[in-house]
Design a protein around this ligand. Sequence first.
Ligand SMILES: Cc1cc2nc3c(=O)[nH]c(=O)nc-3n(C[C@H](O)[C@H](O)[C@H](O)COP(=O)(O)OP(=O)(O)OC[C@H]3O[C@@H](n4cnc5c(N)ncnc54)[C@H](O)[C@@H]3O)c2cc1C
Length: 440
Amino acid sequence: MRRIYETSAYQTPQSCWWWSTTSPQALRPLQGPQRTEVAIIGGGFTGMNAALALAKAGVQTCVLDAQHPGWGASGRNGGFCCLGGAKATDASLTKRFGTDQCAQWHQAERAAVDHVAGLLADYKIDADTHSDGETLLAHSPRAMAQIRATAKGLGQAYQTDLHVFGQDALRQLGLNGRFHGGMTLPVGFALNPAKYHAGVLAAAQTKGVIVYEQTPATAITRDGAKWRVSTPSGTVHADKVILATNGYSSEDLPDWLRARYLPVQSSIIVTRPLSEQDQARQGWTSLQMCYDTRILLHYFRLMPDGRFLFGMRGGLRATPRSETALASKIRAHFHHMFPAWRDVKITHHWSGLLCLMRSLTPFCGAVPDHPGLYAAMGYHGNGVAMGSYLGACVADHVLGRVPQGPFPAFLRQPPKRFPLGSLRRALLAPAYAAAAVKDR
Ligand SMILES: Cc1cc2nc3c(=O)[nH]c(=O)nc-3n(C[C@H](O)[C@H](O)[C@H](O)COP(=O)(O)OP(=O)(O)OC[C@H]3O[C@@H](n4cnc5c(N)ncnc54)[C@H](O)[C@@H]3O)c2cc1C
């Protein structure tokens, strides 16, 4: 596997809060040669949702994960099951693909949230859900003016009523921090991603999906009419293969993928449970999931057990030194925004890789010139809902049927390569610097 970050970006984090709330199922690595109709590489939300959808359609399916399914971003994200998945603006989507496709994209975003809610209900997955939609908080008066100016259009785009509020309402809403007001869009909810993932994994297994851990695909090669997926402990011959490796992808699995995705780090801290008095000191008592208006945004929420989760982008490097610098930085941002909690112990801190695409839109479809090879990836940090949904949609592609929910055609467009090849994360430095200036 040829990957573009330092080795430590691909090592298991020591202190991920979610992983102390679940007991990972013991699985086996692949042993020897196997045959299957569909092999899925990567056992996160994308891979497991694709597997579940295929198994429901009666297709023999196996999932290979280099570590443990859910080890990647899916088991360590902020748990915001929300709209999103693209970084392209509506104006850009409309210009590039037309009004209809932009509208279909909005429908797909909503369908993605409903898809996850449906799985939780259908398989009785208790994922500690909370929050009535998602709240955007303004980090500056100018950002608040922007919220007021765009709220109506946003409500129309998502066909819902928005609640816009000023700074004076923050305390009453239990959302007091260094903000200038905000807006709640009543779509989405928060969840414990590890519990959600474990529920989907169990559902897929019940339907007959075989899941292997500690089974890195090291090569994907054509073998007659089939694909051969090689791993250190065995091979899988499959009619079709789905790539579901997102931010943990490799440049050579397959070579086609080289430079077509850009992994980006995001980091999270979690505090000890905050008592009612702690919460009152800051004036933050709401279980609403929130993010701020910065381009380099922060995302945060009080969880049902009183712990506070706070996330932001990670560093440009993944060396021990940069990890230490990032640990100080994320604490400084947290203390600045929530000054009453400066003395509160932070019990957990971890990072993970999400995935950007050059088009700023996800990809979900057939890999060109590789008959029987498919991929779904590139959710721009919003893959809880969209990764789950496009996992199910890529299964539809494999089955040769049109996706069962809204699916704008642009998602099928093969991703273009980033400039700079394996050095492409250097593109992030000027982008982050420009964003930091705009965010001031
Ligand atoms: C810190 C953080 C916070 C985030 N917060 C949110 C949030 O609040 N809301 C939201 O919507 N999104 C969030 N995201 C993004 C979201 O988690 C991802 O978009 C989503 O989980 C991607 O799922 P996936 O299944 O495509 O990839 P992943 O979950 O990353 O899974 C990829 C899997 O592929 C496996 N793999 C890689 N290479 C191989 C190989 N060669 N052979 C076998 N297996 C391989 C890996 O081991 C891994 O398990 C966050 C991401 C991070 C990192």
